[in-house]
Design a protein. Structure first.
Length: 194
């Protein structure tokens, strides 16, 4: 982030699958961690409440210098939601925004399920943190928390909603392209070994 603020690196997108970890955003309520057990709990500087990360979930960290005309946090959040909505649409799943609730949801109006969480921070107009898209994560693991303050049963995944396995590499490819399109960014792909 400091290198992007200094202008010594270009806009960067990092896509990862984290080992299991519970993260606490700046608005986290300790009561929303129910029983972490052996899952590490880490306080971080993004906005939002409590979130679980783990295998089968793509976490995207855009490290972007917001340009003139982009310097609106709500616009940026809506852009991340748009990225997710377009990504899952390409995979055959309809997803929507729910007014007053940051993130992306799917399912009927009376029983919306949360497909992706978003928590960001911006310093000197450079973004950090980002989005967590549930592709094939073990949804039972969300029972350790009240994700974003909701009951754990609200969480879902692309795999669950489509009723079939999903190729994680394909989802990453689509997500990366949609981030580039929505935010009008271009970069060259590099892959680091774990």
């Amino acid at each position: 982030m400091a290198a992007r603020q200094a202008g010594t690196v270009d806009d960067t997108l990092i896509l990862v699958e984290h080992p299991e970890v519970i993260t606490l955003g700046r608005s986290a309520k300790s009561a929303n961690v129910l029983h972490a057990g052996d899952i590490p709990v880490v306080a971080i500087e993004r906005g939002g409440d409590v979130t679980l990360h783990g295998p089968g979930q793509i976490v995207a960290y855009p490290i972007f210098l917001l340009r003139e005309g982009e310097r609106d946090l709500h616009r940026y959040l809506r852009g991340l939601e748009e990225v997710i909505i377009r990504t899952v649409a390409e995979l055959g799943l309809v997803a929507v925004r729910v007014p007053g609730r940051t993130g992306v949801w799917t399912g009927p109006p009376e029983a919306k399920r949360k497909l992706a969480s978003i928590g960001v921070a911006v310093r000197k107009w450079v973004t950090m943190h980002g989005l967590a898209l549930n592709v094939s994560i073990d949804l039972a693991r969300f029972a350790t928390i009240n994700p974003c303050g909701f009951p754990s049963g609200v969480m879902t995944s692309i795999k669950r909603e489509l009723g079939r396995p999903v190729d994680l590499a394909r989802v990453k490819q689509v997500l990366c392209r949609q981030i580039a399109d929505v935010f009008e960014r271009r970069w060259r792909e590099t892959v680091d070994s774990p």
